[in-house]
Write a protein that binds this ligand. Sequence first.
Ligand SMILES: C[S@@+](CC[C@H](N)C(=O)[O-])C[C@H]1O[C@@H](n2cnc3c(N)ncnc32)[C@H](O)[C@@H]1O
Length: 390
Amino acid sequence: MTPAARLSAAIEILDNWLAGAAPEQVLTRWGRANRYAGSKDRAAIRDIVYDAVRCRRSFATLGGGETGRGLVLGGLRAAGADPDGLFTGDRFAPSPLTEEERTVLDLRNAPPAVRLDLPDWVLPLMQDSLGADCEAVAHSLRHRAPVFLRVNTAKVSRAGAQAALADEGIGTTEHTLSDTALEVTSGARRVHISRVYQDGLVELQDAASQAVVDLLDVTPGMRVLDYCAGGGGKALALAAQGAAVTAHDIDAGRMRDLPERARRAGVDIDISAPGQSGDGFDLVFADAPCSGSGSWRRAPQGKWSLTRDGLDALCLMQATILDEIADHVRPGGRIAYATCSLFDEENMSQIKAFVARRPEWTLTASRRFTPLDGGDGFFVAILETSPGTR
Ligand SMILES: C[S@@+](CC[C@H](N)C(=O)[O-])C[C@H]1O[C@@H](n2cnc3c(N)ncnc32)[C@H](O)[C@@H]1O
């Protein structure tokens, strides 16, 4: 496909997204309907689409409208490219610019939420939560996330994994957020098909996710319940550190790939049915459902689909989960609560409200990560009770 034909495809996909479909779904459907497109074409189209989803408001301003065409045109202008060489109207290329489209708006005069590509109601939330870092964090969410790997130290050292990846043409550097983290610097698209990945020496996992697991301070043999295990990324990391992990999720289907992932990683994970996880754990960890605002670089559609009512519903769910996990810990044990949210109301405010409801619990550590640390935005809090208080 020519570069201009790729733009036409992205315009069609973005129009479908703006009409209400999920970007991933539209991309898959487009790929099936246009089998002539090679893997390089599909990857390039995907990048154009996701850049536009991340930068929806600023690209729409630069491109003269919130349509697929406006977003793609705005994206070209944001990158300093000349649209006339691509919007030619030739076979498969978008039609030439209209007179109206030639008027370029100056983003510097746009309202802050437009420049920062946030919904109007989200900007004050971010300002309240992040203070002086707000602008820099919002800007970082307008860019692609790095690809990170977690080295499975149950099987290989970080240096060993790096060497094996290099043999397969995948370049990496160590990342400071975690002793297990590698940032992929080249060959990212080859990771999935590499031997190193297929043999379970590395997993794809954000660096801040890994740092959250490190802060849980697990020791070999410790009985850990991962209460919101989902696909099991953190359960696998906990098991690699030697914990005896039970994985639980309200939606058992989300853990469907976990047995195969655990087998590949060479670790044991006990999978429990919803509501049947048992009691008396040394540590119960809840990686709670949240707005996902810390990972809007990776899943930018969430930025636009989140509503105030939706966030309120998530906060209620988080409070319930905190109360539930406290009942599964042995006396004197710990609970840990995490979200990939940047918003205080999902993070420290939840912990303060929990401690007010359950004064036998004491906060012993907490940490917030933002994309300025390199990985996704995350929050983790660790709490403990004294033996005999429950
Ligand atoms: C952020 S995801 C977990 C991601 C996972 N820990 C990982 O590292 O891949 C949150 C998970 O919580 C689950 N969940 C939502 N409400 C829950 C509840 N009340 N009890 C247990 N799990 C719940 C969801 O089904 C979802 O899989």
